[in-house]
Every structure is written in structure tokens, then in C-alpha cells.
Design a binder for this molecule. Structure first.
Ligand code: SAM
Length: 532
């Protein structure tokens, strides 16, 4: 296939399914004849994404698509890229690339169509530069400000464990500070990360390195090519870290229920130090291929990857009898992803409210189903649920619904306390989406892109137990209070509650309902003893 068409198809795929730019070629079913060709296509996709906003403005103002509607129709057939993406990659080469031309046959109609408007397109580029106050066209690229203030690299110890040579964290730090364009290691975090420097992340110093947002030193570097470093947003490193806390080899196996492209699977495998077994499920055949490549590169030797639907797995199968921890990072709206493709968020804000709500409802009910299925595994003690969404419908509300399910009660699933869910991370859940329960909100993690130097993200951890320590303390306190309350007070409170119910009916938390039930029982007991 023509190189521009392949790049445009990859762009379309990214628009539709998100995922990594690199994974988009395989995932979009684009076949290339050599690694060189893949690299060339990927470079064009990445560069086009950088200038996308500028190029879209030029397309809009010149009305190129309307003027050339025969070559660039509104609807294209399957396996052909959309006209918009094709124009974007062609314009990139004509207007932005150092060559300044489209590398295709003179007779190719899309090239002819663009060439016809060459003068106008170039003039609009200059006008845009002036409007934006940029002295060069490079100034129109997305900057550190629009990209975020940092980029993250996770050191992957599996490679040091299984490959020859020294791939340790110490060796990586030394390499970065002595390579031809060296980085300075800062001893405290600074945002945006200054050019030419890096530091160890304050929350995950054992594996995460923080670089300037515009850096990509790893492209073509031996550390990246060997799998010893993985490009992964900070927030996306939280789930495996929370899930695997205090895991011990003697404990047993784990499951990653929704694995591709495999960033969190490889992180879990690293935290298991290659020991025991990690069952990785991935439903999509295309994405499963990406997962396999990733696992091989990252030396995840203890992973048993299956192209299968987690919901179809049998929780009582002998195979999973030893599984004690499950990671659930299911498909979500991706509304938190800004670092890689912030235009996806723009797209979402354009979405009509009804359509958006319907989509969120569908996603939330699928996410809930996944949690409820995980609740059924008899030996599992800890489940981490995460999304790269900022919508409460997919975050706190899904967790709340899971907690109030009969299955949670039957199998004693509760929300873990803050102390075992990265307590040093300051941004916690939204109380208002947990029916005002501050303890539940405190137990979960949230990340906000503009303020936390990460993508938008959410993490919750379910554990098995009759009651959390905090709840026990709270209950003891309440019981002490109850002791001193008079019957009259109960009645007053009850009637007040009734009133409140009429004015603003509100769902009670299970703790509130439980408390009320106990109060009523006490009242009855008291009455009975008085009667006797
Ligand atoms: C958000 S992505 C997971 C990203 C991955 N955890 C990582 O960090 O690289 C969700 C994945 O779950 C897969 N998926 C969705 N439903 C599934 C199911 N029922 N069983 C297994 N995989 C599923 C999707 O195809 C997608 O690849």
C-alpha cells in the first residue's frame, strides 16, 4: 500500500481506538515490507500528530476538502483511509517536512489535488505563524505546554533478570548521565522538567524516571530496543503497584484480565520478579498480537497470555485455584488521556450529551460486569480496578455499584483503605459520587491531567474482609455515641430523616443503613426490656 495511505490509516485507527502510535500499524492491519518502512510511516504519523492542530486550521480555512471533493470524498470505503487523515499526512510533507514535497507519483490524484492549491496552502501557513506569533513553522508544533509537563519512562527489571549485560537501574542512571547528549540528574522534582534534565519520580522512585515533555531520547536507543525501558505514563504505573503490594512468591498466581498492549502486564510480571504465573487475557485478536510482541520484548517469562474473553473464564477452574490477585483495566472512554492524543478529548467535548451519556452507560455496565466476574474467583484476595477516564460514571460510581452488589456482600468484598492504596498520592476520590462517604472516597486514587503531570486516571482496590479497620473504629465510635442517645433523640432523628427523604430523597450508604438498622434494633430491645 502507498506509504501515505498507510500513515493515514494508522491515524484513523488512533482516532477510533486510541492506543500507542507504535501499536497502531499492527492494530490497523497495515502490512509493511521492512522495518525501515514501518519506521518511516511511524515517523510521519508522529510528526503529523504534532502539527495536527495547525494543519487542521489550514484545511478548514482553505476548504480544501470541499474544493477537491471528488478526490477527497466525505465517505470512503472500508480499508481506505478517511479523506481528512490522508490530507493531513500529505499536507505535513508539503508544508512542514524539511523536503517540502509529497513523495508520490505526479500522476497520483491526491497529490495532484493538493498541488493545485499549493500557493494558497503555503500562504495560509505563513498567516497562521504570524497569528500565533511564531518565528518558524516548528513553533506550530505542540509544545511542552500542550503536551503536559513531563514524560515518563519505566525501568523494566525483567530484562536485567533474564538478559546478559548490565540492565540495572544504576546502569541506566549512569548511562543517561554519560551518553553523548547527557541528562543531568536532579535530586528533586521540577515541573515542567527543564530541558536536558531528569529525576526519579517521587511516588515511584524504584522504577520511574521523569523527563522533559519534548524528549524522546529512547527512540532507537538500546535501552528501549532491548525492552529495559518502557514508555508509560506515571498514572498507568499505579494499578500494578497497588495490586502487587506485599505480594510474596509463596502467595500464588495473578490475572491481568484486560492485558493489551501489555504495559501493566509487564509491570506486574516485573513486580512478581518472574515468579509464579501471570494469566493475561486479551479479547481482541489484533491487540493480542501487540501484547505478544510486548511480552517477548519485555522478557515477561512468567506470563501465560491468552486471546480470550475474561468474562468467559471459569472462576472455579483448577487452573485459577491459586490466583490471589486480579488486575482489571477494562476498555473505557479514555477521557483522561491527554499526553498522547489530546485531540481525542476535544472530539469528546463535541459529542452530543445524549450520545455521550449512552456511551458512558454502556461502558459502565461492562466495567461493572468485569468487576463482578472477578469477585467470583474463590482464592482471590485483592482486585485493582482502573480506568484512564475522568468521568465519575466509569470511576467512583462503578465502584459504588460493585460494592453494593449482592455478590460483594456474599463474598465479603470491601474497598481497601488508603493505607494500602498509595497513601502518599494526595488526590483521592470524589465524596459526592460515593454518596458522601469520605472513607470510601479516601480509599481510591484519582489523577487530573492539568494538575498532576499525568493523564487523567482512576484506581480502586477491592479486598476481602468482613469489615475494614477504619470502619470498625468508626462503628465503635458510633456505638459509643448510640449508648448515650435517648429514645427521644432516636425518634427526633428518625422523623428528621423522614422529612429529609421527602424533600430530597437520597440513596443511603450501606454503612448508614446498617447504623439505622442497629438503632432500630436497640430501640426495640429497650422497649421490650421496659415492658418486662
Ligand atoms: C484499557 S485497555 C488495557 C490496557 C493495558 N492494561 C495496558 O496497560 O497496556 C483494555 C483492553 O481490554 C481488552 N478487553 C475488553 N474486554 C475484554 C474482555 N472481556 N476480556 C479480555 N479483554 C478485554 C480490550 O481489547 C483492550 O485491549
Amino acid at each position: 500500500m502507498n506509504f501515505y495511505k498507510s500513515a493515514a490509516l494508522a491515524l484513523d485507527h488512533l482516532d477510533k481506538y486510541k492506543g500507542s502510535v507504535k501499536g497502531s500499524l499492527g492494530a490497523a492491519g497495515i502490512e509493511t515490507s521492512s522495518a525501515q518502512e514501518s519506521k518511516r510511516i511511524l515517523a510521519l504519523v508522529i510528526e503529523t500528530l504534532k502539527y495536527r492542530s495547525a494543519l487542521e486550521q489550514i484545511i478548514a480555512v482553505t476548504q480544501l476538502r470541499t474544493l477537491e471533493k471528488i478526490t477527497f470524498p466525505k465517505k470512503t470505503s472500508p480499508r481506505t483511509p478517511s479523506s481528512q487523515s490522508l490530507i493531513l499526512v500529505l499536507l505535513h510533507d508539503l508544508l512542514i517536512s524539511p523536503r517540502g514535497r509529497i513523495e508520490a507519483s505526479d500522476k497520483w490524484p491526491p497529490r495532484q489535488a493538493i498541488q493545485r492549491h499549493q500557493a494558497r496552502l503555503k500562504a495560509e501557513l505563513v498567516k497562521l505563524q504570524i497569528r500565533e506569533g511564531k518565528s518558524s513553522k516548528e513553533g506550530l508544533a505542540r509544545t511542552a505546554k500542550t503536551e503536559g509537563s513531563a514524560r515518563y519512562i519505566r525501568w523494566n527489571p525483567n530484562v536485567d533478570l533474564h538478559r546478559e549485560d548490565d540492565w540495572s537501574l544504576a546502569a541506566l542512571l549512569s548511562y543517561l548521565q554519560t551518553k553523548p547528549s547527557p541528562f543531568k540528574l536532579l535530586n528533586a522534582p521540577v515541573y515542567p522538567v527543564p530541558d536536558g534534565s531528569f529525576f526519579l519520580d517521587p511516588h515511584l522512585p524504584e522504577c520511574l524516571l521523569v523527563f522533559p515533555a519534548t524528549t524522546s531520547w529512547w527512540q532507537g536507543d538500546k535501552w528501549f530496543e532491548s525492552g529495559a525501558v518502557i514508555v508509560q505514563d506515571k498514572s498507568s504505573c499505579f494499578p500494578a503497584r497497588v495490586l502487587m503490594g506485599e505480594w510474596d512468591e509463596a502467595e500464588g498466581d495473578c490475572i491481568d484480565a484486560t492485558a493489551a498492549p501489555g504495559n501493566k502486564t509487564s509491570h506486574m510480571s516485573a513486580l512478581m520478579r518472574g515468579k509464579q504465573q501471570l494469566h493475561a487475557f486479551e479479547k481482541s485478536t489484533q491487540r493480542f498480537k501487540t501484547l505478544q510482541v510486548m511480552l517477548e520484548k519485555a522478557q515477561c517469562l512468567n506470563v501465560d497470555a491468552k486471546n480470550a474473553d475474561f468474562l468467559q473464564s471459569d472462576p472455579c477452574s483448577e487452573k485459577y485455584s491459586n490466583v490471589t490477585r486480579i488486575l482489571l483495566d477494562p476498555s473505557c472512554s479514555g477521557s483522561g488521556i491527554v499526553n498522547r492524543l489530546d485531540y481525542l478529548v476535544d472530539q469528546e467535548t463535541d459529542e452530543a450529551d445524549d450520545a455521550k451519556n449512552e456511551r458512558l452507560e454502556k461502558l459502565a455496565s461492562f466495567q461493572l460486569q468485569m468487576i463482578l466476574h472477578a469477585f467470583k474467583f474463590p482464592s482471590v484476595k485483592r482486585i485493582v480496578y482502573s480506568t484512564c477516564s475522568i468521568h465519575p460514571e466509569e470511576d467512583e460510581q462503578v465502584v459504588q455499584r460493585a460494592l453494593s452488589s449482592p455478590l460483594a456482600r456474599k463474598n465479603s468484598w470491601i474497598l481497601a483503605q488508603r493505607s494500602s492504596v498509595l497513601p502518599s498520592w494526595p488526590r483521592r476520590g470524589r465524596e459526592e459520587h460515593f454518596n458522601g462517604d469520605a472513607d470510601l472516597a479516601d480509599g481510591v486514587i484519582r489523577c487530573i491531567p492539568e494538575e498532576d503531570h499525568t493523564n487523567g486516571f482512576f484506581v480502586a482496590c477491592f479486598v476481602r474482609g468482613s469489615e475494614s479497620v477504619q470502619n470498625q473504629k468508626k462503628r465503635a465510635l458510633e456505638e459509643a455515641e448510640d449508648e448515650s442517645e435517648s429514645e427521644h433523640e432516636y425518634e427526633a432523628e428518625d422523623s428528621k430523616e423522614e422529612e429529609e427523604k421527602e424533600v430530597a430523597p437520597r440513596e443511603k450508604t450501606s454503612a448508614q443503613l446498617e447504623r439505622r438498622k442497629r438503632k432500630k434494633q436497640k430501640q426495640k430491645q429497650k422497649k421490650r426490656s421496659q415492658e418486662v
